[in-house]
Design a protein around this ligand. Structure first.
Ligand code: NAP
Ligand code: L37
Length: 297
Protein backbone atom coordinates (compact mmCIF):
# COMPACT_ATOMS: atom_id res chain seq x y z
CA UNK A 1 0.00 0.00 0.00
CA UNK A 2 1.22 3.48 -0.74
CA UNK A 3 -0.21 6.21 1.42
CA UNK A 4 -2.03 9.22 0.10
CA UNK A 5 0.24 12.26 0.33
CA UNK A 6 -1.69 14.99 2.17
CA UNK A 7 -1.16 18.28 0.34
CA UNK A 8 -0.67 20.88 3.07
CA UNK A 9 0.19 23.57 0.57
CA UNK A 10 -3.14 23.21 -1.23
CA UNK A 11 -5.12 23.06 2.03
CA UNK A 12 -3.24 26.14 3.27
CA UNK A 13 -4.07 28.02 0.07
CA UNK A 14 -7.78 27.38 0.71
CA UNK A 15 -7.57 28.61 4.31
CA UNK A 16 -5.60 31.68 3.22
CA UNK A 17 -8.20 32.49 0.58
CA UNK A 18 -10.99 32.22 3.18
CA UNK A 19 -9.02 34.41 5.57
CA UNK A 20 -8.52 36.94 2.76
CA UNK A 21 -12.26 37.07 2.05
CA UNK A 22 -12.98 37.55 5.75
CA UNK A 23 -10.33 40.29 5.93
CA UNK A 24 -11.99 42.09 3.00
CA UNK A 25 -15.36 41.84 4.75
CA UNK A 26 -13.77 43.21 7.92
CA UNK A 27 -12.32 46.19 6.10
CA UNK A 28 -15.64 46.93 4.39
CA UNK A 29 -17.44 46.73 7.76
CA UNK A 30 -15.01 48.72 9.90
CA UNK A 31 -13.14 50.94 7.46
CA UNK A 32 -9.74 49.63 8.50
CA UNK A 33 -7.65 46.58 7.58
CA UNK A 34 -7.01 43.64 9.88
CA UNK A 35 -3.61 44.30 11.51
CA UNK A 36 -0.95 41.85 12.66
CA UNK A 37 2.14 42.94 14.59
CA UNK A 38 5.16 40.65 14.27
CA UNK A 39 8.09 40.93 16.65
CA UNK A 40 11.45 39.31 16.03
CA UNK A 41 14.28 39.69 18.53
CA UNK A 42 17.78 38.84 17.34
CA UNK A 43 18.82 37.02 14.18
CA UNK A 44 17.72 33.41 14.31
CA UNK A 45 17.86 32.44 10.59
CA UNK A 46 14.87 30.05 10.69
CA UNK A 47 12.76 32.64 12.53
CA UNK A 48 13.68 35.24 9.91
CA UNK A 49 12.44 32.91 7.15
CA UNK A 50 9.18 32.13 8.97
CA UNK A 51 8.45 35.77 9.84
CA UNK A 52 9.02 36.78 6.23
CA UNK A 53 6.62 34.06 5.02
CA UNK A 54 4.02 35.17 7.54
CA UNK A 55 4.25 38.81 6.48
CA UNK A 56 4.02 37.92 2.77
CA UNK A 57 0.95 35.79 3.52
CA UNK A 58 -0.60 38.73 5.40
CA UNK A 59 -0.11 41.01 2.43
CA UNK A 60 -1.65 38.47 0.05
CA UNK A 61 -4.71 38.26 2.30
CA UNK A 62 -5.02 42.08 2.29
CA UNK A 63 -4.12 42.35 5.96
CA UNK A 64 -1.70 44.91 7.29
CA UNK A 65 1.45 43.76 9.06
CA UNK A 66 3.57 45.88 11.36
CA UNK A 67 7.03 44.44 11.80
CA UNK A 68 9.38 45.09 14.70
CA UNK A 69 12.93 43.72 14.31
CA UNK A 70 14.77 44.28 17.58
CA UNK A 71 18.47 43.70 18.22
CA UNK A 72 19.50 40.59 20.17
CA UNK A 73 20.62 42.71 23.13
CA UNK A 74 17.21 44.38 23.59
CA UNK A 75 16.27 44.37 27.27
CA UNK A 76 13.25 42.44 28.43
CA UNK A 77 11.84 45.69 29.81
CA UNK A 78 12.01 47.30 26.36
CA UNK A 79 10.29 44.30 24.77
CA UNK A 80 7.57 44.40 27.44
CA UNK A 81 7.16 48.11 26.68
CA UNK A 82 6.62 47.35 22.99
CA UNK A 83 4.08 44.64 23.84
CA UNK A 84 2.20 47.13 26.04
CA UNK A 85 2.05 49.66 23.19
CA UNK A 86 0.80 46.98 20.75
CA UNK A 87 -1.84 45.87 23.28
CA UNK A 88 -3.11 49.47 23.40
CA UNK A 89 -2.94 50.09 19.63
CA UNK A 90 -6.43 49.84 18.07
CA UNK A 91 -4.94 49.10 14.61
CA UNK A 92 -3.33 45.90 15.95
CA UNK A 93 -5.60 42.84 16.10
CA UNK A 94 -2.90 40.22 16.55
CA UNK A 95 0.52 40.16 18.20
CA UNK A 96 3.09 37.52 17.38
CA UNK A 97 6.39 37.41 19.24
CA UNK A 98 8.47 34.84 17.37
CA UNK A 99 10.20 32.26 19.57
CA UNK A 100 12.87 31.39 20.53
CA UNK A 101 13.76 34.64 22.34
CA UNK A 102 17.37 35.36 23.32
CA UNK A 103 18.38 33.51 26.49
CA UNK A 104 18.42 36.63 28.70
CA UNK A 105 14.65 36.92 28.31
CA UNK A 106 11.89 35.00 30.03
CA UNK A 107 9.61 33.93 27.17
CA UNK A 108 6.74 33.09 29.55
CA UNK A 109 6.79 36.58 31.03
CA UNK A 110 6.74 38.16 27.57
CA UNK A 111 3.88 35.98 26.35
CA UNK A 112 1.91 36.64 29.51
CA UNK A 113 2.16 40.37 28.81
CA UNK A 114 0.24 39.99 25.52
CA UNK A 115 -3.49 40.74 25.66
CA UNK A 116 -4.98 37.21 25.36
CA UNK A 117 -7.52 38.45 22.82
CA UNK A 118 -4.62 39.57 20.56
CA UNK A 119 -2.55 36.44 21.24
CA UNK A 120 -2.85 34.94 17.74
CA UNK A 121 -0.16 32.36 18.55
CA UNK A 122 -2.42 31.02 21.31
CA UNK A 123 0.52 30.70 23.72
CA UNK A 124 -0.89 32.78 26.61
CA UNK A 125 -1.93 30.77 29.69
CA UNK A 126 -5.44 32.23 29.36
CA UNK A 127 -5.75 30.73 25.88
CA UNK A 128 -4.22 27.42 26.99
CA UNK A 129 -6.81 27.37 29.79
CA UNK A 130 -9.66 28.26 27.47
CA UNK A 131 -8.64 25.41 25.15
CA UNK A 132 -8.41 22.99 28.09
CA UNK A 133 -11.93 23.80 29.34
CA UNK A 134 -13.50 23.98 25.88
CA UNK A 135 -14.14 27.74 25.85
CA UNK A 136 -14.76 28.78 22.23
CA UNK A 137 -13.05 32.13 22.93
CA UNK A 138 -9.70 30.28 22.89
CA UNK A 139 -7.15 31.33 20.33
CA UNK A 140 -5.49 27.99 19.53
CA UNK A 141 -1.80 27.57 18.58
CA UNK A 142 -1.45 27.65 14.81
CA UNK A 143 0.50 24.42 14.23
CA UNK A 144 -1.85 22.01 16.04
CA UNK A 145 -4.85 23.87 14.61
CA UNK A 146 -3.41 23.27 11.15
CA UNK A 147 -2.86 19.59 11.92
CA UNK A 148 -6.46 19.23 13.08
CA UNK A 149 -7.70 20.90 9.90
CA UNK A 150 -5.76 18.39 7.77
CA UNK A 151 -7.02 15.46 9.84
CA UNK A 152 -10.67 16.50 9.56
CA UNK A 153 -10.32 17.09 5.83
CA UNK A 154 -8.84 13.62 5.46
CA UNK A 155 -10.94 11.58 7.88
CA UNK A 156 -14.11 13.56 8.61
CA UNK A 157 -15.39 12.58 12.05
CA UNK A 158 -12.50 11.70 14.37
CA UNK A 159 -14.54 10.38 17.29
CA UNK A 160 -13.40 7.12 18.84
CA UNK A 161 -10.12 7.05 16.99
CA UNK A 162 -6.96 6.37 18.96
CA UNK A 163 -4.61 9.30 18.53
CA UNK A 164 -1.02 9.07 19.68
CA UNK A 165 0.77 12.42 19.93
CA UNK A 166 4.55 12.14 20.29
CA UNK A 167 5.76 15.31 22.04
CA UNK A 168 4.33 17.30 24.94
CA UNK A 169 5.48 20.87 24.28
CA UNK A 170 3.18 23.76 25.13
CA UNK A 171 3.20 24.97 21.53
CA UNK A 172 2.53 21.71 19.68
CA UNK A 173 2.07 18.43 21.57
CA UNK A 174 -0.13 19.53 24.47
CA UNK A 175 -2.56 21.71 22.49
CA UNK A 176 -2.69 19.01 19.77
CA UNK A 177 -3.77 16.49 22.40
CA UNK A 178 -6.43 18.90 23.72
CA UNK A 179 -7.85 19.45 20.23
CA UNK A 180 -8.02 15.71 19.52
CA UNK A 181 -9.66 15.09 22.88
CA UNK A 182 -12.27 17.73 22.05
CA UNK A 183 -12.95 15.76 18.84
CA UNK A 184 -13.59 12.70 21.04
CA UNK A 185 -10.45 10.82 20.13
CA UNK A 186 -8.86 8.55 22.70
CA UNK A 187 -5.59 10.39 23.17
CA UNK A 188 -2.21 9.13 24.31
CA UNK A 189 0.60 11.64 24.78
CA UNK A 190 4.09 10.15 24.42
CA UNK A 191 7.40 11.80 25.29
CA UNK A 192 11.04 11.02 25.98
CA UNK A 193 10.22 8.81 28.98
CA UNK A 194 7.58 6.73 27.22
CA UNK A 195 8.32 3.00 27.29
CA UNK A 196 8.27 1.02 24.05
CA UNK A 197 7.23 3.91 21.85
CA UNK A 198 7.25 1.83 18.63
CA UNK A 199 4.62 -0.55 20.05
CA UNK A 200 2.51 2.35 21.35
CA UNK A 201 2.72 4.19 18.04
CA UNK A 202 1.56 1.04 16.23
CA UNK A 203 -1.74 1.27 18.15
CA UNK A 204 -2.51 4.67 16.65
CA UNK A 205 -5.20 5.37 14.07
CA UNK A 206 -3.84 8.93 14.08
CA UNK A 207 -0.12 9.39 14.71
CA UNK A 208 1.20 12.92 15.25
CA UNK A 209 4.98 13.31 15.50
CA UNK A 210 6.18 16.58 17.10
CA UNK A 211 9.56 15.62 18.48
CA UNK A 212 12.34 17.44 16.65
CA UNK A 213 14.32 14.26 15.86
CA UNK A 214 14.96 13.69 12.16
CA UNK A 215 13.14 10.62 10.81
CA UNK A 216 12.73 9.03 14.25
CA UNK A 217 9.36 7.44 13.43
CA UNK A 218 9.98 4.42 11.19
CA UNK A 219 7.65 2.53 8.89
CA UNK A 220 7.51 -0.33 11.44
CA UNK A 221 5.99 2.08 14.00
CA UNK A 222 2.96 2.75 11.82
CA UNK A 223 -0.29 0.80 11.94
CA UNK A 224 -1.41 -0.18 8.45
CA UNK A 225 -3.85 2.43 7.14
CA UNK A 226 -3.11 4.99 9.88
CA UNK A 227 -3.06 8.73 9.21
CA UNK A 228 0.37 10.21 9.97
CA UNK A 229 0.93 13.91 10.65
CA UNK A 230 4.58 14.92 10.63
CA UNK A 231 5.14 18.21 12.46
CA UNK A 232 8.93 17.97 12.57
CA UNK A 233 11.09 20.49 10.72
CA UNK A 234 14.71 19.35 10.84
CA UNK A 235 17.49 20.70 8.69
CA UNK A 236 20.06 17.98 7.97
CA UNK A 237 23.10 17.60 5.75
CA UNK A 238 22.16 16.99 2.12
CA UNK A 239 23.65 14.66 -0.48
CA UNK A 240 26.08 17.29 -1.75
CA UNK A 241 28.66 18.97 0.47
CA UNK A 242 27.48 22.20 2.14
CA UNK A 243 23.89 21.59 1.01
CA UNK A 244 21.14 20.99 3.55
CA UNK A 245 17.65 19.59 3.22
CA UNK A 246 14.54 19.57 5.36
CA UNK A 247 13.23 16.34 6.85
CA UNK A 248 10.43 15.60 9.27
CA UNK A 249 10.26 13.50 12.42
CA UNK A 250 8.94 10.62 10.28
CA UNK A 251 10.99 8.55 7.83
CA UNK A 252 8.64 9.37 4.96
CA UNK A 253 9.25 6.62 2.42
CA UNK A 254 9.03 3.75 4.91
CA UNK A 255 5.99 5.19 6.67
CA UNK A 256 4.25 5.87 3.36
CA UNK A 257 4.41 2.15 2.54
CA UNK A 258 2.24 1.39 5.56
CA UNK A 259 0.12 4.47 6.33
CA UNK A 260 -3.21 5.32 4.74
CA UNK A 261 -2.30 9.00 4.45
CA UNK A 262 0.71 11.05 5.46
CA UNK A 263 1.92 14.65 5.39
CA UNK A 264 5.23 15.40 3.65
CA UNK A 265 7.99 17.72 4.90
CA UNK A 266 8.18 20.29 3.43
CA UNK A 267 4.71 20.98 2.08
CA UNK A 268 2.66 19.50 4.91
CA UNK A 269 2.13 21.07 8.31
CA UNK A 270 4.48 24.08 7.78
CA UNK A 271 2.27 25.90 5.26
CA UNK A 272 -0.78 25.21 7.48
CA UNK A 273 0.93 26.96 10.40
CA UNK A 274 1.09 30.16 8.39
CA UNK A 275 -2.47 29.83 7.09
CA UNK A 276 -3.80 29.36 10.63
CA UNK A 277 -1.97 32.47 11.80
CA UNK A 278 -4.00 34.46 9.25
CA UNK A 279 -7.12 32.64 10.35
CA UNK A 280 -6.51 33.45 14.02
CA UNK A 281 -5.73 37.08 13.23
CA UNK A 282 -8.89 37.67 11.23
CA UNK A 283 -10.97 35.84 13.86
CA UNK A 284 -9.40 37.96 16.63
CA UNK A 285 -10.16 41.12 14.64
CA UNK A 286 -13.83 40.17 14.24
CA UNK A 287 -14.22 39.37 17.93
CA UNK A 288 -12.56 42.57 19.06
CA UNK A 289 -14.86 44.58 16.83
CA UNK A 290 -17.99 42.75 17.91
CA UNK A 291 -18.59 41.31 14.43
CA UNK A 292 -20.03 37.79 14.06
CA UNK A 293 -17.47 35.03 13.46
CA UNK A 294 -16.33 34.96 9.83
CA UNK A 295 -17.81 32.15 7.74
CA UNK A 296 -15.73 29.16 6.66
CA UNK A 297 -12.98 29.65 9.22
P1 NAP B 1 10.17 20.60 21.83
O1 NAP B 1 9.64 21.70 22.67
O2 NAP B 1 11.62 20.33 21.75
O3 NAP B 1 9.43 19.25 22.31
C1 NAP B 1 9.81 18.00 21.82
C2 NAP B 1 9.03 16.91 22.53
O4 NAP B 1 9.47 15.66 22.00
C3 NAP B 1 9.24 16.86 24.04
O5 NAP B 1 8.02 16.67 24.67
C4 NAP B 1 10.16 15.67 24.23
O6 NAP B 1 9.93 14.94 25.40
C5 NAP B 1 9.78 14.80 23.06
N1 NAP B 1 10.88 13.91 22.69
C6 NAP B 1 12.18 14.23 22.49
N2 NAP B 1 12.89 13.14 22.20
C7 NAP B 1 12.05 12.10 22.23
C8 NAP B 1 12.18 10.71 22.01
N3 NAP B 1 13.37 10.16 21.71
N4 NAP B 1 11.11 9.93 22.14
C9 NAP B 1 9.91 10.47 22.43
N5 NAP B 1 9.71 11.78 22.64
C10 NAP B 1 10.76 12.60 22.54
O7 NAP B 1 9.69 20.75 20.31
P2 NAP B 1 8.38 21.46 19.66
O8 NAP B 1 8.51 22.91 19.73
O9 NAP B 1 7.16 20.79 20.15
O10 NAP B 1 8.61 21.04 18.13
C11 NAP B 1 8.66 19.70 17.71
C12 NAP B 1 9.07 19.64 16.25
O11 NAP B 1 8.09 20.32 15.48
C13 NAP B 1 10.39 20.32 15.90
O12 NAP B 1 10.99 19.61 14.82
C14 NAP B 1 9.97 21.69 15.43
O13 NAP B 1 10.90 22.27 14.53
C15 NAP B 1 8.70 21.35 14.72
N6 NAP B 1 7.76 22.47 14.60
C16 NAP B 1 7.16 22.61 13.39
C17 NAP B 1 6.23 23.59 13.20
C18 NAP B 1 5.55 23.68 11.89
O14 NAP B 1 4.90 24.66 11.60
N7 NAP B 1 5.62 22.66 11.05
C19 NAP B 1 5.89 24.46 14.24
C20 NAP B 1 6.49 24.28 15.49
C21 NAP B 1 7.41 23.27 15.66
P3 NAP B 1 10.22 15.52 26.89
O15 NAP B 1 9.11 16.48 27.15
O16 NAP B 1 10.17 14.32 27.75
O17 NAP B 1 11.56 16.18 26.82
N1 L37 C 1 3.59 31.23 15.55
N2 L37 C 1 5.34 29.84 15.12
C1 L37 C 1 4.83 30.83 15.86
N3 L37 C 1 5.47 31.41 16.85
C2 L37 C 1 6.68 30.98 17.13
O1 L37 C 1 7.30 31.57 18.13
N4 L37 C 1 8.57 29.51 16.66
C3 L37 C 1 7.29 29.96 16.40
C4 L37 C 1 6.55 29.40 15.38
N5 L37 C 1 7.04 28.42 14.57
C5 L37 C 1 6.93 28.52 13.22
O2 L37 C 1 6.60 29.55 12.69
N6 L37 C 1 7.16 27.40 12.55
C6 L37 C 1 7.10 27.23 11.17
C7 L37 C 1 7.70 26.11 10.68
C8 L37 C 1 7.72 25.87 9.31
C9 L37 C 1 7.11 26.75 8.43
C10 L37 C 1 6.50 27.86 8.91
C11 L37 C 1 6.50 28.11 10.29
C12 L37 C 1 7.15 26.51 6.96
O3 L37 C 1 6.70 27.32 6.18
N7 L37 C 1 7.70 25.38 6.51
C13 L37 C 1 7.81 25.04 5.10
C14 L37 C 1 9.27 24.98 4.66
C15 L37 C 1 10.04 26.22 5.00
C16 L37 C 1 11.53 26.07 4.67
O4 L37 C 1 11.86 25.70 3.52
O5 L37 C 1 12.35 26.33 5.58
C17 L37 C 1 7.20 23.68 4.88
O6 L37 C 1 6.77 23.41 3.76
O7 L37 C 1 7.16 22.89 5.83
Amino acid sequence: MTAKRIDGKAAAADVRASAGRAAAFFRASTGRPVGLATVLVGEDPASEVYIRSKRVACGEAAMESFHYALPADTSEADLLGLVARLNADPAVDGILVQLPLPSHMDAARVIDAINPDKDVDGFHVVNAGRLAVGDPAALVPCTPLGCLHLLKAELGDLSGKHAVVIGRSNIVGKPMAMLLLAESCTVTIAHSRTRDLPALAREADILVAAVGRPEMVRGEWVKPGATVIDVGINRVAGAEPRKTRLVGDVAYSGAAEVAGAITPVPGGVGPMTIAMLLRNTVVAAHRRSGLPAPEGL
